[in-house]
Design a protein around this ligand. Structure first.
Ligand code: CTP
Length: 433
């Protein structure tokens, strides 16, 4: 489904008004339009709706303090100011309008607005007499005319005081429309999630407890002679992220690694396997020999190796002509043998493509996998060495899940959500069958 705010980051500033509860619904509407939302609260807003509510719904830490640092030590309101495509302040109180009009950055919302070059949308809500007071009129005029902020005027109706008048927060869809209009067709400011406020991972329970998950990571190397090899650009980041995520969810993890450039989790049973043949043996032992519950084949395996590896170092004067032979297809081989096991392990393959992913469904069938994670390694932010990945998860059941650009750890968890669901279904079938 595509929304009008797909790929956008919106900073939602909430002030201390009784209408603060409506900001929760505004957050939901912005997310329904495809936006990633990060919330900032003034100190009094936090007395109306707690930060935990906003953190759980936005999946980001909530900024409540102008002096607040993110878990990674970056200054929270500056990260929002620098990466948000728009900031929307709803509800904005009379006090906040005064603070903003005068540049008094004593709360995270004002500070982020002062520091940003993104468009700012302001939806005031207050008592009718406060709204018509000359001080408020002046402050609103300054925000609109001098700062260029879009003001979504409050509506008329019953107010918290029991009186009726102009001062009710505008209807939420009207505020969403104003945010969409304020952004217009500007480019996305921070497409890289690493630049944005960190994601608070949705808490996942220990849903892989008692499961043995085998993960391969990194690239294999095929010897040409004792010092040279044919290798590839894999760093192992994706596979290691999967191993870490599986450990966090309670699994026992065997991590079979080729050449990697990242630290390996100490809690995994690590098996080093440099060549494709060694990796095949290690995976066969873990998956078939130990009857694992799942194999996630994230390694970049060499497709060809020198037909013969020289026993001594080749010299330049000899020249070099390499005859290559295909390597064993580990996934296809182990996948085929796994079919004879009862219960059958869940098999996950990866498909690194450049350009179209058209070949991926055929690869899924050919390799006999339950799930295939396909990505375009030529795309910016995806593939080798990056901290992020945009993947499509294809299922043997014909399903197709197009994930947005995500941190590799989040890709890992989304994939493991699918693996855990397949394992649960397998177990349910055993009990009924
Ligand atoms: N794979 C494997 N053994 C190989 C080659 C690949 O187990 N000799 C696994 C990879 O780890 C990955 C999946 O198969 O999980 C797909 O790898 P990929 O390189 O995309 O596919 P290929 O088999 O090389 O097919 P093609 O050359 O047609 O792209």
């Amino acid at each position: 489904m595509s929304g009008r705010l797909d790929g956008r980051l919106i900073g939602l500033g909430v002030c201390g008004s009784i209408a603060a509860y409506k900001a929760v619904e505004l957050l939901r509407l912005l997310r329904a339009e495809g936006a990633d939302v990060v919330v900032m609260l003034t100190p009094s807003a936090a007395t109306f709706v707690g930060p935990l509510t906003f953190a759980a719904l936005s999946r980001h830490p909530v900024e409540t303090d102008v002096l607040g640092l993110l878990p990674d030590e970056r200054i929270g309101h500056i990260v929002v100011a620098d990466t948000a495509d728009a900031i929307v302040v709803a509800p904005a109180t009379a006090r906040w309008l005064g603070a903003m009009a005068n540049g008094i950055s004593s709360d995270a919302v004002t500070a982020a607005c002062l520091a940003t070059s993104a468009p700012v949308v302001v939806a005031p809500a207050m008592d009718g007499d406060m709204w018509t007071h000359p001080a408020t009129r002046d402050n609103v005029g300054r925000l609109r005319d001098d700062f260029g902020y879009a003001i979504v005027e409050p509506a008329s109706g019953e107010l918290a005081s029991g009186q009726s008048g102009v001062g009710r927060l505008a209807e939420l869809p009207e505020i969403v429309d104003a945010v969409v209009a304020a952004i217009g067709d500007r480019p996305v400011r921070a497409p890289d999630p690493a630049a944005r406020p960190p994601v608070v991972a949705a808490p996942r329970g220990p849903d892989l407890e008692r499961r043995h998950v085998v993960v391969s990571a990194g690239g294999t190397a095929e010897a040409i002679d004792p010092v040279r090899f044919i290798g590839n650009r894999s760093t192992g980041k994706m596979g290691v992220a999967i191993a870490e995520a599986a450990l966090a969810r309670g699994a026992r993890v065997t991590l079979v690694v080729g050449r990697v450039e990242v630290p390996l989790p100490g809690a995994a049973a690590v098996v080093h396997a440099e060549s494709t043949a060694q990796m095949r043996d290690a995976i066969e032992d873990a998956v078939i020999g130990q009857h694992a519950d799942a194999l996630v084949m994230a390694a970049a395996v060499a497709d060809f190796r020198p037909a013969t590896a020289a026993a001594t170092k080749l010299t330049r004067g000899e020249g070099l002509r390499l005859e290559l032979e295909p390597t064993e297809d580990i996934l296809a081989e182990v996948g085929a043998r796994a079919r004879d096991l009862d219960p059958r392990p869940v098999i996950v393959g990866f498909a690194a493509e450049t350009g179209s992913l058209d070949r991926a469904p055929d690869k899924l069938r050919r390799k006999g996998a339950d799930l295939l994670v396909a990505n375009d390694v030529g795309e910016e932010g995806s593939g080798f060495g990056t901290d992020t990945n945009r993947v499509v998860i294809l299922g043997a059941d014909g399903s197709r899940d197009d994930l947005p650009l995500l941190a590799k750890r989040e890709v890992a968890d989304r994939l493991l959500d699918r693996v855990a669901a397949l394992l649960d279904r397998r177990e349910a079938r055993e009990h009924t069958g």
